[in-house]
Write a protein that binds this ligand. Structure first.
Ligand SMILES: Cc1cc2nc3c(=O)[nH]c(=O)nc-3n(C[C@H](O)[C@H](O)[C@H](O)COP(=O)(O)OP(=O)(O)OC[C@H]3O[C@@H](n4cnc5c(N)ncnc54)[C@H](O)[C@@H]3O)c2cc1C
Length: 461
């Protein structure tokens, strides 16, 4: 579907300084930052309304030493944040991107707050696995839908041109790999093209491309993909045709609690705060505190690829602070029971297995290496879940300014990639995903791309 075409075949009267492919968190925030710098950018979006994976997400963005975090009185630092990213990625995350993103996300969020009225809050109550400080930034609604709507309203308020129903299919490139323009396809099949000086690929990854997933993440090829349909691998396929480098293609964000059959994200806070997962035989099967991403593979490996998240009233109370969970509960997705025997009957699992699963030591690690602080008490709850693939963390090789590089490491003249279109900071494996790495890449990458495009003389001239 996507193609690299010869620049000589570009015929159009329409010229824009910067084309941004994709109107998710990355594309829209890059357009806002470019506007602040006085650079005109058009956002081309395949859907009727921008939503992307951003709208499906929880909208939680990790950052250290922002104005919002300092105002909340949290002690944190950029070096600590970088260390946490690398620690989760077993030291295998691209160091230049870890450093660039951990620094850039600060002005990215501060500017949106101070100049554009984004009222960031710091999530309270629990720490996501691998983060040593409270650094998840969220709008008060605590949903990705709110994030995308806010970005969209702000972009519209600034007069930024957003072209919807515009699926970019072609890049027009000369022999020096300079992009002269893009070709787009409308829903009725008609084609248009635009000339431009720079292109930012903000069209996310390849989680929805069955062929690329089979090739790079075969263990999740049968798993549910919970991301946006626009994750169709366009950026990677253009990159392959251009001779760009690709990196960390085996990396992805999974999630071990995707409610079934409701199709909703169940916050991992349930597990961190004392909940456990059992399979359909009533047996526990892993250390839930290692992270929700690697938990996806653990759940998918269970009979029927299903598990039950089991928790008590204290955890339920915390979970009810998350709008997604409240919606799930209203839709009947949470099973309530008076105690373990009642829960076993409701779940259809042997009561002996459930009792065994809920009897862990408090004076040392359990069989999976998990350290518990307490037992589950009183009435119990359960949610039926599967493991899902949320988004890929591999992608185009970029430098610290988000310029797309050739397989040999040389930056192309005027092509940038950020967010899920580029490689992330999770290293090569699912277990390297630190909570929030996705939106970190999107928000920080957008900032870096905007600054670098601004610096590019040919565009400012
Ligand atoms: C259920 C779920 C929960 C998540 N929760 C979190 C979280 O809490 N924190 C976190 O950090 N990450 C989370 N993530 C990951 C996060 O959503 C993504 O990493 C992030 O949204 C990526 O932003 P983006 O702008 O790169 O991509 P997107 O938001 O997907 O935007 C890409 C846009 O490009 C458009 N597009 C694609 N191809 C084309 C084309 N050829 N032409 C024109 N337009 C195109 C798409 O329609 C889309 O609008 C979650 C993901 C899922 C699925």
């Amino acid at each position: 579907m996507t193609a690299i075409r010869d620049a000589k075949d570009l015929h159009t009267d329409v010229h824009v300084p910067v084309v941004i492919v994709g109107g998710g968190a990355c594309g829209l925030s890059a357009a806002i930052h470019l506007h602040d710098l006085g650079v005109e950018a058009w956002v081309l979006e395949r859907d009727a309304q921008p939503s992307g994976s951003t709208a499906l997400s929880s909208g939680f963005i990790p950052a250290a030493a922002t104005a919002a975090q300092q105002a909340a009185g949290v002690r944190d630092s950029i070096p600590d944040f970088m260390a946490d990213i690398q620690s989760k990625a077993h030291g295998q995350a691209a160091p230049h991107l870890v450093e660039a993103y951990a620094h850039a996300v600060v002005p990215a969020l501060d500017v949106l707050q101070q100049r554009h009225g984004f009222d960031w809050e710091i999530l309270d109550g629990f720490l996501y696995p691998g983060h040593r400080a409270r650094r998840m930034h969220s709008l008060p609604q605590r949903q990705g839908q709110a994030l995308i709507q806010r970005l969209l309203r702000r972009a519209e308020g600034l007069g930024i041109t957003l072209v919807t129903h515009a699926r970019v299919v072609d890049l027009f490139v000369d022999q020096d790999k300079r992009v002269h323009g893009v070709g787009l396809q409308r829903p009725d099949g008609s084609r248009e093209s635009l000339a431009c000086d720079a292109v930012l690929l903000a069209c996310n990854g390849y989680g929805g491309d069955a062929q690329l997933i089979q090739q790079h993440v075969p263990q999740m090829s049968q798993a549910l993909f919970a991301g946006h349909v626009g994750n169709d691998g366009s950026a990677v396929r253009w990159g392959m045709d251009l001779g760009a480098g690709l990196a960390d293609m085996t990396a992805y964000q999974g999630h071990g609690s995707w409610a079934m059959p409701h199709g909703a994200l169940v916050t991992w806070a349930l597990m961190i705060e004392g909940g456990v997962q059992i399979n359909v035989k009533g047996e526990r099967f892993h250390n839930e505190t290692l992270g929700y991403s690697e938990a996806a593979e653990q759940v998918v490996a269970q009979p029927d690829a299903l598990a039950w998240c089991v928790f008590d009233q204290a955890v339920l109370q915390l979970a009810q602070g998350f709008p997604d969970f409240v919606e799930l509960q209203q839709a009947g997705g949470v099973i309530h029971a008076e105690g373990a025997p009642d829960l076993a009957a409701r779940l259809g699992v042997p009561v002996s297995a459930l009792l065994e699963s809920l009897s862990w030591p408090l004076d040392g690690p359990d069989a999976f290496g998990r350290h518990f602080q307490r037992k589950l008490q009183g009435p119990l709850c359960a949610v039926r879940v599967t493991g899902a693939l949320f988004h890929t963390q591999g992608g185009l090789t970029i430098d610290a300014h988000t310029r797309v590089c050739s397989a040999g490491g040389k930056p192309f003249p005027n092509l940038w990639a950020a967010g899920g279109a580029a490689r992330g900071v999770s290293g090569p494996d699912v277990s390297g995903y630190l909570s929030g790495n996705g939106l970190l890449s999107a928000m920080a990458g957008a900032w870096l791309a905007a600054q670098d495009i601004f610096q590019e003389r040919s565009i400012c001239a």
